[in-house]
Design a protein around this ligand. Sequence first.
Ligand code: HEC
Length: 133
Amino acid sequence: MRFHTFAILSALSFAIFSIVVIFSWRLDKTISEEVVAGKIVWQQYNCVSCHTIFGHGGYVGKDLTSIASEMTIKEMEEFFSSPSLIPPHKKVFHQSLRKREVEAIYSYFEFLSTIPTLGWPPVPVEIEGEDKP
Ligand code: HEC
């Protein structure tokens, strides 16, 4: 290869590389600070001990992967401002959260509901005689 062909190809490669780098810097960050704050609330209160996300976690409560499409933020605020007694024994109250924490965790749930799961989680099968959660 002649030197000037090599120089042209190198310059062209460098130009393409620079354009791709600049373009990728300008892309929106997909995970906002609010979503990260919600994930921290999730971890702080150990919600995962009773609930699953993408099937990982505890089975006392339901899977919350797509909860943002089932509950509005208003309903979630109401749920956390006057938490119910946890079935089946009804001796312990559900975790309560402050308004600010609900806003953050709702953003986290909204983010989760944008991840394609091919219809997962499945609708739970009810077994006769089973204790309801
Ligand atoms: C000790 C176990 C336990 C922990 C810890 C727990 N939950 Fe729950 N959660 C439950 C159970 C059980 C229910 C169902 C309550 C009912 O039907 O009255 C529930 C219900 C919910 C619901 C309402 C679901 C619906 O469809 O009505 C939401 C939202 C929720 N939990 C979110 C959370 C979040 C967020 C955390 C952490 C801050 C958390 N939970 C921690 C057991 C738990």
